[in-house]
Design a protein around this ligand. Structure first.
Ligand code: UT7
Length: 321
C-alpha cells in the first residue's frame, strides 16, 4: 500500500458579469477579430466590487467540498494560490477558512502567479503524504481585473477573474490512483518579462501587469512541452497514455503548439480560454472542474495538468483520478 493524495472533489466560481470582446472593444482600442485570432479568447468574467479573490475562492471551495461529500470541519489544510490577494496580509487562505467556517487548521497562500495552482498542489501533496493533514483544499483564485492597466491593450484583453478548487484526501492505495508525480521550475532571471510594477516593499502601490508577450509566448511553449515530458518520464508513461491534458488557459495558440510538440490530439485537451480568458492561478482548477462536471474526465482517467507564468515559474502534475 502507498499513501497518496487522491482527488475527491472539484469546484469553481465565476464573477456574475461576463464581458465579450465586442463589449471590451467599446472602451479599449481592439477588436473581437484580433483577440480571437491571436488568443482564442471570446469572453472573460470581471469581478464586481463585492466579489473578491477571497469570496470567489470560498465559493469554489464550498462546491468542491460538496462534490467530495465533506464538511469544512474535515479540512486540515487550505492553500490558496493567488497573485491578487484580498489584502497584503493575512493570507487569503485564512479568509477562506473564516468564510466557509473551517475550524483551526493549516492555512496559507502560495505566490507563483499562473503556475500557482501547480505549486500549491505539489506542496499539498507533500504535506498530505507526510501526514500533516488528512483532507486538503487547494484553491486557485484571482481578480486580475484589479491589476490590469485598462489603457494597455497588449495585456488588458487577455485576463479574467475566477476561482477553482480541489479537495485532496490522503489515502492508502494499492492501485495507481492519486497524484503520481509533480514537477516545478523557476527561472528568476526572466522576472521582468511578466511582472506587476508595484508592491508593498517597493512602490507602496498595488501596480499593474506588464508583459513582453512575444517572449513569454516563446518560453511558454518550450518550457511546458519540456515539463510535461519530465513528469511523464517520472512515472514511466508517454503522451499516448494521457486521457486528458488540462493546460493553463493563457492562449489557444500556446495550448495548440504545446500539444503538437507532444503529439497530443486536440480532442484530449481541455480548452476554456475562449470562455474565461487567462485567470492565472485559477485557470487549471477552473478548467478541471468544468471537465469533471460535464463528464469528460471520469474516474480512472490519467490527467496531466500544466502551467507557466510570471517568474518565470512553471510546472506539471500527473494524476489518476
Ligand atoms: O500566463 C502566462 C501569461 N501570458 C501569456 O501566456 C501570453 C503570451 N503571449 C501572447 O499570448 C501573445 O504574445 C499576445 C496575445 C500577448 C500578443 O500576440 P502577438 O502575436 O505576440 O502580438 P504582438 O504583441 O507582437 O502585437 C502584434 C500587433 C502590434 O501591432 P503592430 O506593431 O504590428 O502594428 C500590436 O500593437 O498587434 C497589436 N496589438 C493589438 N491589436 C489589437 C496588441 N494588442 C492588441 C489588441 N488589439 N488587444
Amino acid at each position: 500500500m502507498t499513501r497518496r493524495s487522491i482527488l475527491v472533489g472539484t469546484g469553481s466560481a465565476l464573477p456574475r458579469t461576463r464581458v465579450s470582446n465586442d463589449e471590451l472593444a467599446k472602451r479599449v482600442d481592439t477588436s473581437d477579430e484580433w483577440i480571437v485570432e491571436r488568443t482564442g479568447i471570446r469572453f472573460r468574467h470581471i469581478a464586481e466590487a463585492d466579489e473578491t479573490t477571497g469570496t470567489l475562492a470560498a465559493d469554489a471551495a464550498r462546491h468542491a467540498l460538496a462534490a467530495a461529500g465533506l464538511v469544512p470541519a474535515d479540512i486540515g489544510l487550505i492553500i490558496v494560490a493567488t497573485a491578487t490577494p484580498d489584502n497584503t496580509f493575512p493570507a487569503t487562505a485564512t479568509k477562506v477558512q473564516a468564510l466557509i467556517g473551517a475550524p483551526d487548521c493549516i492555512a496559507f497562500d502560495v505566490a507563483a502567479v499562473c503556475s500557482g495552482f501547480l505549486y500549491a498542489l505539489s506542496v499539498a501533496d507533500s504535506m498530505l503524504r507526510t501526514g500533516a493533514a488528512k483532507h486538503a483544499l487547494v484553491i486557485g483564485s484571482e481578480t486580475f481585473s484589479r491589476i490590469l492597466d485598462w489603457e494597455d491593450r497588449g495585456t488588458c484583453v487577455l485576463f479574467g477573474d475566477g476561482a477553482g478548487a480541489v479537495v485532496l484526501s490522503a489515502e492508502e492505495v494499492a492501485d495507481d490512483r492519486g497524484i503520481l508525480a509533480t514537477r516545478l521550475h523557476a527561472e528568476g532571471q526572466y522576472g521582468d518579462m511578466l511582472y506587476v510594477d508595484g508592491g508593498p516593499s517597493t512602490t507602496g502601490t498595488v501596480g499593474h501587469v506588464r508583459m513582453q508577450g512575444r517572449e513569454v509566448f516563446r518560453h511558454a511553449v518550450t518550457n511546458l512541452a519540456a515539463v510535461l515530458g519530465e513528469v511523464l518520464a517520472d512515472v514511466g508513461l508517454s503522451a499516448a497514455d494521457i486521457d486528458w491534458v488540462v493546460p493553463h488557459q493563457a492562449n489557444k495558440r500556446i495550448i495548440d503548439a504545446t500539444a503538437k510538440k507532444l503529439g497530443l490530439p486536440a480532442e484530449r485537451v481541455v480548452l476554456t480560454v475562449d470562455q474565461h480568458a487567462n485567470t492565472s492561478a485559477a485557470s487549471v482548477p477552473l478548467a478541471l472542474d468544468l471537465a469533471v462536471r460535464d463528464g469528460r474526465i471520469r474516474r480512472g482517467d490519467l490527467v496531466v495538468l500544466e502551467a507557466m507564468g510570471g517568474g518565470f515559474t512553471w510546472g506539471a502534475a500527473v494524476l489518476r483520478v
